[in-house]
Write a protein that binds this ligand. Structure first.
Ligand SMILES: Nc1ncnc2c1ncn2[C@@H]1O[C@H](COP(=O)(O)OP(=O)(O)OP(=O)(O)O)[C@@H](O)[C@H]1O
Length: 231
């Protein structure tokens, strides 16, 4: 479980509150209008932004004061954050060791994760020699290799066309299921939430509305979802 307990986050004039529980072992979509605070909430959970009040717990442990690297989570950004001068294998290996001195077991894990995301045979390429979809796969592989139980995704596939985005979401769902990952995923696309998210939550009027089953929510949209969808 990821518990947001009386959380209050402030950025300049912007204020966001969150007081809810996100279930582990499933995919939760996070939606809300542009500027509603989705990235801000992820930044606070990941430790890039200190809340002014409240606490964040994962699996019962208070992580509010921990440095980003010490939190039981990995974060995937829209721009993929791949280093242009490193190969695909090196970029992925950074998930384990910044100095890339991988043990034989770590090299095996690196090869396995590259195979899992469909990048076998492309290990020696630089990111610029990969398609957009392959770059997304490399970034996902690096996050997966870290082996942290929670994965936070800030619109990571939004630069891809619809077909590639669907492929990536399918890969995400399969991987999350196979590895028992818990995922919190920001998306602007209701169809993405419906395709892969067990639960969906919305930010509206400066507050996180607790998650509900995606199926139930879209079958009977709440006023906040209706407003977001422009209905
Ligand atoms: N460093 C900052 N200083 C002051 N205000 C900020 C800062 N960063 C973001 N904000 C404000 O915080 C609010 C929430 O921004 P945030 O990026 O979290 O929204 P978002 O829901 O992720 O939007 P989008 O969907 O457009 O990415 C916005 O009003 C934004 O202008």
């Amino acid at each position: 479980m990821l518990e947001l307990d009386g959380l209050e986050i402030v950025q300049g004039a912007f204020r966001l509150t969150a007081d809810t529980v996100l279930q582990a072992g499933q995919i939760t979509a996070l939606m809300g209008a542009s500027g509603s605070g989705k990235s801000t909430l992820l930044a606070a959970i990941a430790g890039f932004l200190d809340p002014v009040r409240g606490s964040i717990r994962i699996a019962g442990t208070d992580i509010t004061g921990l440095a980003p690297g010490d939190r039981p989570l990995s974060m995937l950004f829209q721009d993929n954050n791949l280093f242009p001068h490193l190969t695909v294998a090196q970029n992925v290996g950074l998930g384990l060791r910044p100095d890339l001195r991988l043990s034989p077991a770590q090299k095996d894990a690196q090869a396995a994760v590259l195979a899992r995301v469909g990048l076998e045979g492309l290990e020696a390429r630089r990111p610029r020699d990969l398609s957009g979809g392959q770059q997304s796969r490399a970034a996902l592989a690096r996050a997966l290799l870290r082996g942290r139980p929670w994965l936070l995704l800030d619109e990571p596939f939004s630069a891809l066309g619809p077909a590639l985005r669907r492929d990536m979401l399918t890969l995400l769902r399969e991987t999350a299921r196979a590895e028992g990952l818990s995922v919190l995923m920001v998306t602007h696309h209701p169809e993405d939430a419906r395709a892969v998210a067990d639960a969906t939550c919305l930010i509206a009027d400066g507050a996180l509305i607790p998650p509900a089953s995606t199926e139930a929510l879209f079958a009977e949209p709440t006023p906040a979802l209706r407003a977001y969808l422009g209905e």
